[in-house]
Design a binder for this molecule. Structure first.
Ligand SMILES: *Cc1c(COP(=O)(O)O)cnc(C)c1O
Ligand SMILES: [Zn+2]
Length: 415
């Protein structure tokens, strides 16, 4: 918190004291998302890459100077962050690239990038004196909140609003972590508004990434981390799938922070990827028109957000990086789930691989050169959604327990 100077409205610029439960600009309402401001000169003076080399804390807290938390606040005990990054030659070749890195954020404790935001919610909730934290979510935000709250050992409680179409794996996680789950008979949009009303009515802490400015600060650690893993030598492109827009906006913030404190000297271009059946942010990016709500017609549930709220920050970041946006079909997503798995051993959920599917298209359309160095973050683990994983693959070979029969398949070349 030492380096946080204020919360500034992205709409009118008005600044506020950085209180834990200050979510929106009092002037601008829902338009007035807030951005956490830092004193970069001070951070620069106190913190160096050398300090990081001496720091053996392998989680997001190693970046404490760039996080808006009081170091004294109790933190969830799960290890969030410091997920592995792999260079994948086989997948690169398949996509027609020379240099491709995959950061597997599905290896976070509750198996998605959302853990990075949820730990922030738990810490800020405590700083604000709350014992209950609530959110509405298509799944991962909720499961990560539930898991991180559970790790507090009973001191706090999670209330979760999920839309009807939440995949089984995610719902199972919520229930195992002991959260109070409210399955709303309706869309994500309707679940969101119900949670919003309940949060206001009962004074719970708000873990809706759509409006809570601190959550984006947690998500930005994915990019700070990958920058450090690349020894601060940034790639040409960074690829993320986009639902609400908070993740890619966080990516931009991480890059901006690192540039300001001189840890990196060039900013990669951001590629945002949406599902064709739910692409309001791509539409606004391409047409330069105000965002219009769309239907949520995709199997990639984590990015099925027809009425995103972080799109302004997302669009600003993508444009400032001279980046781009593209859409992918459900079929392309399913194909990529299998291709990624086969070539890297990384298992991503549909939204987790949508970025890669978009990257493939960009290379095919010559919008990204084969010589470009690219980093993609796989944002969620495929075990969360095995229904779609099964759709992405062929049925296994079925045989009687008989070696001769098995040999027939071998002769036919099917084994
Ligand atoms: C939430 C999520 C995203 C997208 O993040 P937004 O902030 O909604 O844009 C992508 N992939 C997975 C697995 C997610 O859970
Ligand atoms: Zn404002």
């Amino acid at each position: 918190m030492k380096y946080v100077t204020s919360l500034a409205c992205i709409n009118c610029g008005r600044e506020y004291e950085p209180k834990p439960d200050k979510y929106l600009c009092s002037n601008c309402g829902e338009e007035g998302l807030l951005d956490v401001k830092y004193d970069y000169q001070e951070i620069k003076r106190d913190w160096s890459k050398e300090d990081l080399k001496q720091n053996y804390e392998r989680n997001i807290w190693r970046y404490l100077p760039l996080l808006p938390v009081d170091p004294a606040t109790t933190r969830p005990s799960l290890q969030v962050g410091w997920t592995p990054m792999y260079q994948s030659k086989a997948l690169a070749k398949q996509l027609g690239l020379e240099n491709l890195y995959i950061k597997d954020d599905g290896l976070n404790p509750t198996a998605s990038l959302k853990d990075r935001a949820s730990v922030m919610a738990v810490v800020k909730g405590q700083e604000g004196g709350a014992t209950t934290v609530a959110c509405s979510s298509t799944g991962n935000a909720a499961t990560s909140l539930a898991g991180n709250i559970a790790s507090m050992g009973g001191d706090m409680e999670a209330v979760i609003f999920v839309p009807e179409r939440v995949p089984g794996g995610k719902l199972a996680q919520l229930l195992i972590f002991g959260a109070q789950v409210v399955k709303v008979k309706g869309s994500y949009e309707e679940a969101y508004y119900l949670s919003d009303k309940a949060i206001k009515k009962w004074g719970w802490y708000n873990r809706n990434a759509a409006i809570n400015p601190y959550l984006l600060e947690g998500k930005k650690t994915a990019v700070i981390e990958l920058a450090e893993q690349l020894n601060w030598d940034m790639p040409d492109w960074l690829v993320f799938s986009v639902g609400d827009g908070c993740t890619i906006a966080g990516a931009w913030k991480g890059l901006y922070d690192l540039k300001q404190i001189g840890f990196i000297n060039r900013i990669p271009r951001l590629l945002g990827v949406q599902a064709e059946g739910c692409a309001p942010i791509t539409e606004s990016f391409k047409t330069d028109k105000p965002l219009e709500t769309t239907s949520e017609d995709t199997l990639a549930d984590s990015i099925a957000v027809g009425s995103p709220r972080n799109y302004r920050k997302a669009l600003e970041g993508i444009k400032a990086s001279q980046g781009s946006m593209i859409n992918v079909t459900d079929e392309e997503i399913l194909e990529m789930m299998q291709l990624l798995g086969q070539t890297t051993g990384v298992f991503g959920e549909p939204a987790g691989v949508a970025g890669l599917a978009g990257l493939q298209k960009m290379v095919e359309e010559d919008k990204i050169e084969s010589t470009a160095e690219v980093v993609t973050v796989v944002t969620g683990n495929g075990l969360k959604d095995i229904v779609n994983a099964k759709r992405a693959t062929d049925a296994p070979l079925e045989v009687k327990p008989d070696i001769n029969e098995l040999e027939k398949y071998l002769v036919k070349g099917e084994l």
